[in-house]
Design a protein around this ligand. Structure first.
Ligand code: ADP
Ligand code: MG
Length: 865
């Protein structure tokens, strides 16, 4: 039933109100408050009944047929909302804005809150993941990009200006942030953007920016963000606008301040190692290529943090590897200290693991969603801070000492919660039993009154038993009747006149008296006051904590840093890593390097380590040949991962590692295709290649795996060769290039900065054994058939394949390519020969005919050269 097609005039007033709202908010699922339920109608109802598995009913709306309706009870709505938002929908909460009892006519209703994937606060069970909401201020040739995780308060911004490839820079950033929702001022027309949005099902919202007056915007931001450096941001115009867009969006329908979002962090992209989105994917830094989960990613190896805050931080370190040597060494110094003082690791771990996710608790507090249990969790976490500080105090190292000095143990907040919140406080905060006695005099007085009332009640019961001579007279309470006196039928005759009968049961009668009413008012009245007051006190405590957000966040940052460092130290010891050192001479020298992920999946000592020397003696491009499955790809990734690990401040899988700092990592790996994204494999390959050629510098590290594979052999070979020639002349990046074009190895003799490596194998008859060792030299055979043999193909096929191979060896395309190459190289030699032969001719001894013949011969020769 389409909402636009229905007969509006016939609708009931309530349904008209609904339809009016819905027409303005078509893309939002409206949760429409009716009594104790949130109802959905029309298409929303159909969708919700399917997605939430709730019953679809109908409601009379004044039309011929009922309109589809589905609803959820208001007290359990949040679970349903979370489910819808998790699936990528936006939900709008429509509440009654007036009291139905006093409203004239139809009760006013409106949207009071919109919940979207980026503004979902309820992140139960997703502790270690960020949930970013990202905004882009799009001016076509520049972008301001800001992103916030409202469940932790992390708020970052950056600008993409003066970029030579703005599309790529933007998409790289988006992939890195991995937002759940994006806010735009106007559409972004890049193909890569559209396909990303579609692939990951990301919600896009548009906002208007009506005022571009920077002063005004800064004022707007400063009003919401406490730690905001106006002077610094004055020049970051694009960032100001995107941040303002973001803040307006999260403050929509909100008047109070979100205290935990108190700081905007400007990310200066030139201060970090560049790793584009493809390289990130290819190196499986955060997710594996198989199922996009964290399993078997570098992150999974490097994240054994004790707190969710640490897990989020190591993830962000992997997103932003450093390029400043002293910053990296600070981290490494700290890791090293712990590897040398291992007793501290255990102690830190024990303390850290009893600290809850303070960032998430703080966000709940700031959103006024936290209950008493959350405050107890906060207190229990804070309780560990002095212990943590004490451990830091015993660490004889200037970096830890700095942390020690800045470490705020939040004692007053501990005392606040500890003195106020009952240990057995319930989850609900509106039914009392939250506040400890002794915390509030007013509350204690009320409670005294209530207890006193209960004492009076007992006295009154005894008195009445005596007065009436009814031993079994009993005073009881139930919700409907309140307090009453109960007398069994056999004693009814003794009931005095002033007893007022309330209820007759089968075996007894229930009465009230004036005195009983008096006492019960004392008890019940103070009880409801108690509940109200407890809620009020609780809210004040919660707000008090909220107003300390900045302090909590500062210490949280220290805690997560210690957690990450401690984690890296633990891993370094367990996995037998070594501390990298950094040279300024633009070379890598790695001894016994290992692939951090493959070695773990293989079991102890099964992985064969390899040395790497590149950049020394001017050999910057290494061409790696070897049969399929020999270990080329693994080796190249291993070097890239070691570089990356070193630059986040981690120890590395090697026995020694002396490297220069890389400004960027580039990879072009395999024939992984983006068919889903509508690009052909070869096109992707060439796009990647052109990105590398345009951006890789002499301080960049590049791995090229089988470049050229995606097209015909001749084309592929020609492109591969010209790429190596070009890079050796222009980019001069340290480059590992694995290839199945053995002919490329001839470049070693021609280009001074190119050298050949191969993965060693042992050959016996027609069998090969993989040795997994990278050595100098080249392979000039592809061993395809030998490898096929290892796979268990029938002997008949292997035998026949060998026969075919021999028969076609002479006219195969690859051979043509090889001949071309040789011809290419021989041109100069042939010219030399020609010249020498010419100068050797002695004309005097020739007849004219002989001379003409000779001349003719040389003309033909010259034509061939
Ligand atoms: P290539 O790129 O030469 O075809 P890969 O790098 O894909 O070969 O390696 C193939 C397999 O060999 C890997 O999946 C891994 O199991 C194994 N392997 C590679 N390198 C090593 C090594 N250094 N030590 C042990 N096994 C290795
Ligand atoms: Mg390979």
């Amino acid at each position: 039933m389409l909402i636009d097609k229905i007969n509006y005039d016939r609708l009931t007033p309530m349904m008209r109100q609904y339809v009016d709202l819905k027409k303005e908010n078509k893309e939002i699922i409206l949760f429409y408050r009716l009594g104790d339920f949130y109802e959905m109608f029309f298409d929303d109802a159909l969708l919700a009944s399917k997605e939430l598995e709730i019953v679809l009913t109908g409601r009379d709306a004044g039309l011929d047929e009922k309109v589809p309706m589905a609803g959820v009870p208001h007290h359990s709505a949040s679970a349903y909302i979370t489910r819808l938002v998790d699936k990528g929908y936006k939900v709008g909460i429509v509440e009654q804005l007036e009291d139905p009892a006093t409203a004239k006519g139809i009760v006013k209703r409106n949207i009071v809150k919109i919940i979207t994937p980026g503004t979902l606060v309820d992140m139960e069970g997703k502790d270690s993941q960020n949930n970013f909401l990202l905004s882009i201020y799009n001016t076509k040739d520049s972008f301001g990009v800001s992103y916030v995780d409202i469940t932790t308060g992390e708020f970052n911004t950056t600008e993409i200006i003066n970029s030579n490839n703005i599309e790529r820079d933007l998409i790289d950033l988006i992939v890195k942030v991995n937002p759940k929702e994006i806010i735009l001022n106007k559409p972004i027309e890049f193909k890569s953007f559209t396909s990303y949005i579609n692939n990951y099902n990301i919600i896009i919202s548009y906002v208007d920016i009506d005022n571009l007056d920077i002063k005004n915007l800064i004022k707007n931001i400063s009003g919401k963000i406490k730690r905001y450096d106006r002077d610094f941001f004055m020049e970051k115009m694009f960032s100001i606008i995107s941040s303002s867009m973001l803040l307006d969006y999260i403050y929509l329908f909100r008047n109070d301040t979100l205290e935990h979002i108190d700081n905007i962090n400007y990310i200066d992209t030139v201060r970090y190692m560049k790793i584009d989105a493809h390289t990130r994917e290819n190196l499986e830094i955060h997710k594996n290529l198989q199922d996009n989960s964290k399993k078997n990613s570098l992150l999974s190896i490097l994240d054994k943090c004790d707190t969710p805050m640490g897990s989020r931080k190591i993830n962000s370190w992997l997103e932003f590897p450093l390029i400043n040597k002293s910053d990296i060494n600070t981290r490494l110094d700290m890791v090293e200290y712990l590897t040398l003082n291992q007793d501290k690791i255990e102690k830190l771990s024990a303390t850290l693991s009893s600290i809850y996710d303070l960032e998430r608790i703080l966000s709940k507090i700031s959103f006024k969603n936290a209950n008493a249990r959350d405050l107890l969790n906060l207190r229990n976490s804070i309780e560990n801070l002095p212990v943590l500080k004490e451990i830091l105090g015993t660490m004889d190292n200037k970096h830890y000492h700095n942390l020690y000095q800045n470490f705020d143990t939040l004692e007053n907040l501990f005392n606040l919660v500890n003195s106020s919140i009952r240990e057995d406080a319930p989850f609900v905060i509106t039914e009392g039993d939250i506040i400890k006695s002794g915390y509030s005099e007013e509350l204690d007085n009320l409670k005294y009154e209530s207890t006193h009332g209960k004492e009076l009640l007992l006295e009154y019961e005894l008195e009445e038993r005596k007065n009436t001579n009814i031993n079994k007279l009993k005073i009881s309470y139930n919700k409907n009747t309140g307090y009453y006196i109960e007398v069994t039928n056999s004693h009814i005759s003794k009931v005095p006149d002033h007893y007022i009968r309330r209820q007759t049961l089968k075996n007894s009668e229930r009465y009230i008296t004036d005195r009983l009413n008096q006492i019960s008012e004392m008890i019940l009245g103070s009880q409801s006051e108690i509940v109200d007051l407890e809620y009020k006190i609780f809210s004040t405590i919660r707000d008090e904590i909220s107003s300390n957000s900045t302090r909590i966040k500062l210490v949280t940052d220290i805690i997560s840093t210690i957690d990450v460092i401690n984690n890296l130290a633990k891993i370094a010891i367990n996995n037998n890593y070594t501390r990298p050192i950094f040279n300024d001479e633009n070379y890598f020298r790695i001894k016994d390097g290992r692939h951090p992920i493959v070695e773990i999946s293989m079991g102890i000592n099964e992985f064969i380590s390899n040395d790497t020397v590149i950049g020394k003696n001017n050999k910057i491009i290494q061409i790696i040949t070897g049969p399929n499955m020999a270990g080329k790809s693994t080796y190249m990734r291993q070097v890239a991962l070691i570089i990356l690990m070193a630059q986040i401040g981690s120890f590395v899988p090697a026995s020694a590692c002396d490297i220069s700092i890389s400004d960027a990592l580039f990879t072009r790996i395999g024939a992984s295709d983006n068919l889903a994204k509508g690009e052909s494999t070869f096109m992707v390959e060439m796009n990647e290649m052109s990105n590398i050629i345009n951006n890789a510098k002499d301080t960049s590290f590049v791995i090229l795996d089988e470049v050229g594979r995606g097209t015909s052999t001749n084309d592929g070979y020609s492109i591969a060769k010209s790429i190596v020639e070009y890079m050796s002349k222009h980019n001069k990046s340290k480059t590992l290039f694995a290839t199945h074009y053995h002919e490329l190895t001839d470049l070693e003799d021609i280009l001074p900065n190119v050298e050949n490596l191969k993965v060693d194998i042992e050959e016996s008859n027609q069998d090969i054994v993989f040795l997994r060792k990278i050595v100098k030299g080249k392979t000039n055979k592809s061993y395809g058939i030998e490898v096929a043999k290892l796979s268990g193909l029938p002997d008949e096929i292997i035998f026949r394949a060998n026969t075919i191979l021999e028969s076609i060896n002479d006219n195969q395309i690859v051979e043509n390519a090889q001949l071309n190459f040789i011809a290419d190289k021989n041109v100069n030699i042939e010219k030399d020969i020609l010249i020498r032969e010419l100068s050797d001719i002695v004309i005097d001894n020739m007849t004219p005919i002989q001379a003409l013949d000779t001349l003719n011969k040389f003309i033909n020769k010259a034509k061939d050269v």
